[in-house]
Design a binder for this molecule. Structure first.
Ligand SMILES: Cc1cc2nc3c(=O)[nH]c(=O)nc-3n(C[C@H](O)[C@H](O)[C@H](O)COP(=O)(O)OP(=O)(O)OC[C@H]3O[C@@H](n4cnc5c(N)ncnc54)[C@H](O)[C@@H]3O)c2cc1C
Length: 617
């Protein structure tokens, strides 16, 4: 079993320690006094070891083997998953971020990012198996009664049980309000659940003693649409008085989806209550709050989707870089007519370096974006732990988390698909074969722009819910203030990048105004048409900001070390990442701003008839 996973631990540490100053800004808090930089670096080193040894070695084999629904209704996972799972559970990787009172290690959330990045990048199929345990743990803490917490929380925290989110149905994907699964009250306060859910990740397997399904369903008598949905916790096996397993709860896996990728994850169609009474527990004290409650879990899942994308894209990039250093093909362009000219590794060719630089700067930008988001979430974590704090500071951190979440989910997943495609291109024909992992990265990464709300839904969330359709710029003001503070910092040199970023931020702010204008002119459909473009525009400004921030740190660092210092190339690379992004991608912001201001709207007049196949002349 060959490990194909590659991790840029140096860049992860750079973002944590040098860019975000996690030591000075997070570890100094009393809440995290048990941790220091050497302890955390040690954990990250171990996580990398685990990712390479237990997960990366099973990445390709789990894709080839896939999951299988057996005639008796059980699901067989790829070989070796049971051993990897036992190691994962027993080493406590699933609870590193959970609080100590739940048996967790209590690591700051931001520090769990690199660990998640490495696990998701090394084997995303495997990682889905435990993915919903921490979000459900927190969901229970927030909304679950003490009795419900006692039933589920410890087992979830210890990964003895796993969790799945069950929203999607055959006729209810994006349109969640069309969910038809039903919940009928029983005399003891529980509910009988009936319905079919499709596409459920890690929906059925035998690794854990029990699986807790978080089912969105409609209680009898509830109104139609999203306002009539409630959240039920449905165990695969019933739970006895002492908390142990007490028989079948009539949840059946009726099919495993045949997918393009992510073959190491069993994606299940589940039937609830088809062949007997299926008992579910209502979350919270009353029905019809399901979507509101699940928002917490879905936001975490959206950040996690960004992390999957980052881990896979980073490994695809590093595989491509390695290949480009080894593959000998062609000669220096100046010796093209000399048959005896020495053959060179393809990294010597400008076009290959172009592809590698695009991958590199986008991976690093997405890493900085997600870790920064997690940094603000960690600041909230500190303030919520009872530390004295300024409430407006808490609002600032919360606001930035909310604003950056749809950007992190959508931009990172879109770019990961692009990066995987470029990684194939760098490999040439070999990239299209299964001899190298990059075709698998492309297949595995595609789902990330679709699940947890398609990327269009993220774009609408950004424009409508976060920016109030251009008329509630509170979060935009926060965001602009962050960038302005960075630009005004005496440590940030006034140079061409400074000016370009400044112009791009102004252009973004004007575009938000333009969107407000379109809304006031009742051109809502034009706004929705431009939502995806706007998200890309805002993401591009954000990545430029964070790459420049990194470059400023790197410039200072490289000036302080000798040219042959082992870190010199790394820092030069950080500066070049920013230069390349500013040169090649930031200019698109101005074109996007012009397009939106002009309001070109040809798709609005496109009706179905122009799209369909024509079979007659
Ligand atoms: C591998 C895999 C794993 C998954 N895991 C889970 C899971 O664990 N739990 C779970 O509940 N679900 C899961 N899903 C389901 C996933 O969340 C849905 O596929 C997703 O929400 C999109 O729904 P849909 O497939 O029905 O597409 P549709 O809703 O039919 O969308 C099709 C296209 O139309 C667009 N569209 C739809 N409605 C609108 C609109 N109103 N305006 C503009 N455009 C629109 C969409 O953006 C998309 O481009 C998974 C799916 C897959 C493939």
């Amino acid at each position: 079993m060959r490990n194909v996973f590659r991790a840029d631990l140096r860049d992860m540490q750079f973002v944590l320690w040098e860019q975000l100053l996690t030591e000075q800004r997070i570890l100094c808090s009393q809440v995290f006094q048990d941790f220091d930089r050497p302890v955390i670096d040690d954990i990250l080193g171990r996580a990398r070891g685990f990712a390479c040894k237990e997960l990366g070695t099973r990445y390709q084999s789990s894709d080839r083997e896939g999951c299988q629904l057996l005639p008796d209704g059980r699901v067989r996972l790829p070989s070796g998953y049971d051993a990897a799972w036992a190691a994962y559970r027993d080493m406590g990787w699933g609870r590193i971020g959970l609080p100590a009172d739940a048996g967790g290690l209590g690591l700051p959330y931001v520090v769990t990012m690199p660990v998640q990045e490495m696990f998701c990048g090394a084997n995303p199929g495997f990682t889905t198996l435990s993915g919903f345990c921490p979000p459900l743990f927190y969901l229970l803490r927030r909304f679950g009664s003490p009795a419900l917490q006692a039933l589920f929380s410890d087992n979830l925290a210890g990964n003895r049980w796993t969790a799945c989110l069950c929203m999607t149905e055959p006729s209810a994907g994006t349109d969640v309000g069309s969910i038809t699964s039903r919940a009928t009250p029983r005399d003891d306060g529980t509910y009988s659940i009936r319905g079919t859910k499709i596409f459920i990740s890690a929906g059925s397997h035998e690794l854990a003693e029990n699986i807790v399904y978080v089912v969105l369903a409609r209680a009898d008598g509830s109104p139609p649409g999203t306002l009539g949905l409630s959240c039920f916790l449905v165990p695969r096996y019933r739970i006895g008085a002492a908390g142990g397993i007490a028989g079948d709860n009539h949840v059946r896996c009726v099919r495993l989806e045949e997918k393009m990728g992510l073959h190491g994850c069993p994606t299940a169609q589940l039937a609830f209550g088809e062949d007997g009474d299926c008992i579910g527990y209502l979350l919270g004290e009353r029905a019809n709050l399901g979507l509101q409650q699940l928002r917490l879990m879905m936001n975490q899942a959206r950040i996690a989707t960004g992390i999957y994308a980052l881990g896979l894209a980073s490994s695809a990039y590093l595989n491509a870089a390695e290949y480009a250093a080894e593959r000998i093909q062609g000669c220096d362009y100046r010796q093209i007519f000399n048959p005896r000219a020495p053959r060179l590794p393809i990294v010597a060719h400008a076009d290959v370096r172009r592809m590698l630089l695009e991958m590199k700067c986008k991976v690093e930008g997405c890493r900085a974006l997600i870790y920064r988001l997690a940094f603000h979430a960690t600041q909230c974590q500190i303030m919520e732990s009872g530390q004295p704090h300024d409430p407006s500071e808490k609002q600032r951190h919360e606001g930035l988390v909310n604003l950056l979440t749809p950007i992190a989910k959508a931009y990172t997943s879109d770019q990961a698909w692009r990066i995987a495609e470029l990684a194939i291109q760098v490999h040439g024909g070999y990239g299209y074969t299964r001899d190298y992992p990059v075709e698998q990265y492309a297949r595995d990464v595609k789902i990330l722009s679709i699940w947890e709300g398609t990327n269009y839904i993220q774009a609408v969330d950004l424009i409508r819910d976060k920016l109030g359709m251009g008329s509630n710029p509170r979060l935009l003001r926060l965001y602009v203030a962050e960038i302005e503070a960075f630009l005004a910092d005496p440590g940030t040199p006034r140079d061409e990048f400074h000016a370009k970023l400044n112009d791009a931020v102004s252009c973004l702010a004007r575009t938000v105004d333009d969107i407000g204008g379109l809304v006031r002119a009742k051109k809502m459909e034009v706004v929705l048409f431009y939502a995806t473009r706007f998200l890309g525009m805002m993401a591009t400004v954000t990545i430029a900001w964070l790459l420049l921030e990194a470059a400023v740190v790197a410039r200072r660092a490289v000036a302080a070390i000798a040219a042959d210092h082992p870190d010199a190339a790394f820092y030069r690379g950080k500066i070049l990442s920013a230069q390349f992004f500013f040169g090649q991608f930031l200019p698109t912001v101005f074109a996007d701003g012009t397009l939106i201001a002009d309001g070109e709207d040809s798709p609005l007049s496109a009706d179905l008839a122009i799209f369909l196949e024509r079979t007659t002349g």
